[in-house]
Design a binder for this molecule. Structure first.
Ligand SMILES: Cc1cc2nc3c(=O)[nH]c(=O)nc-3n(C[C@H](O)[C@H](O)[C@H](O)COP(=O)(O)O)c2cc1C
Length: 326
């Protein structure tokens, strides 16, 4: 059993959370992960509306008494505060903030009784989160799927573990195998947040099937860190934050050509939106991380969770450098 400060804090069986993924995770996935003994979460900053948001919380509670969390893209809360206000009313056991300064919001989450997790992309952002009173820091490396920062996981994680020893740190980015998870634990993480690994599960009902298949078919080199889809969208992102996506046809053609993209923004944005509607992964944004290479099949979330934890535990008991077969 992998017992850590994170499992002790929340009474979990496994030190893994499913990442809050806006528009890609809901109550079905969160409930499955929490039921399996991890921390299930879902994204609260999305385009599905407040009724959907409330329903997801109700669904999780109908399935399990175990802890679960909801995550917010911090800079979007003030633009669209409805779901954040609903969360404060509904009092989920855990609330997660990512990307921008959490100080305007985190105190209200704590007052509502939530354990707060701040996903950060730099040591400076971690300092803001600690000053705001975060209970847990989550180091998100550039390997991660979805929006992320420029630092890689290990240097960021080690910085946080050393600078803020009183605050447990989790790892995110590229953890789709027991080996990667064991490495993060060895570097001082108290657990991990997994997005890409849980995209390829039947419980990720918000994710189109062809996108799940792309995750299974892709290797890490098939992903790219790009601002292309942000140039086409309306959401604001802090400096240094961009999206790691599947390197599809649209990205191969337009990545790095920002000025031209801006002159053809309307047309390209409309192409991408229509592609999303017809589930075409060659033009729509398909967010996935470099760990996609270790996702070999679409499998139930509880299997993903157990296998990664059991494998990490085996490796930690008998490190890979001590055995030829790993
Ligand atoms: C499809 C997708 C959507 C995501 N959406 C969000 C989000 O809305 N909020 C957030 O904090 N992180 C989001 N992330 C990032 C995750 O929180 C997490 O850091 C990342 O998935 C971890 O790396 P991995 O994908 O390699 O496991 C998203 C990731 C993916 C793959």
């Amino acid at each position: 059993m992998l017992r850590t400060r994170f499992t002790d804090l929340l009474g979990l069986e496994f030190p893994i959370m499913s990442a809050p993924m806006s528009n890609h995770s809901g109550g079905t996935l969160a409930a499955a992960v929490s039921l399996a003994g991890g921390l299930g979460t879902f994204g609260g900053s999305n385009s599905f509306g407040p009724d959907w948001f409330r329903e997801q919380i109700g669904y999780i509670r109908s399935q399990t008494d175990r802890p679960f969390g909801v995550g917010f893209i911090t800079q979007l809360i003030e633009l669209s505060p409805e779901n954040f206000e609903i969360a404060l009313e509904e009092r989920p056991p855990v609330m997660i903030f990512s990307f921008a300064d959490p100080r305007p919001w985190l105190g209200r989450a704590r007052d509502a009784g939530a354990v707060t997790i701040c996903q950060v992309q730099s040591p400076e952002a971690a300092r803001l989160a600690v000053d705001a009173g975060a209970d847990v820091l989550l180091a998100q490396g550039n390997e991660a799927g979805g929006h992320t920062g420029e630092m890689n996981l290990l240097p960021l994680l080690v910085d946080l573990v050393e600078q803020f020893p009183a605050v447990p740190a989790l790892a995110a980015g590229g953890i789709t195998s027991g080996r990667a998870f064991a490495a993060a634990l060895t570097a001082g993480a108290q657990g991990a947040s997994l997005g890409t690994a849980f995209l390829a599960t039947p419980e990720a009902v918000e994710v189109p099937q062809p996108f799940k298949e792309r995750v299974v078919m892709s290797g890490g080199q098939d992903t790219i860190f790009t601002n292309l889809y942000d140039l086409l969208g309306d959401d604001p992102w802090p400096p240094g934050i961009a999206g790691r996506v599947y390197r599809n046809r649209l990205v191969r053609e337009w990545h790095g050509r920002d000025e031209e993209v801006l002159t053809r923004r309307e047309e390209l944005a409309s192409d991408a939106a229509q592609a999303r509607a017809r589930q075409d992964p060659e033009l729509a944004s398909v967010y996935m991380g470099q760990g996609a290479g270790q996702v070999h099949a679409i499998r139930p979330a509880d299997q993903v969770l157990r296998e990664i934890c059991e494998s990490a535990e085996n490796i930690l008991q008998r490190p890979a450098w001590e055995s030829r077969d790993g």
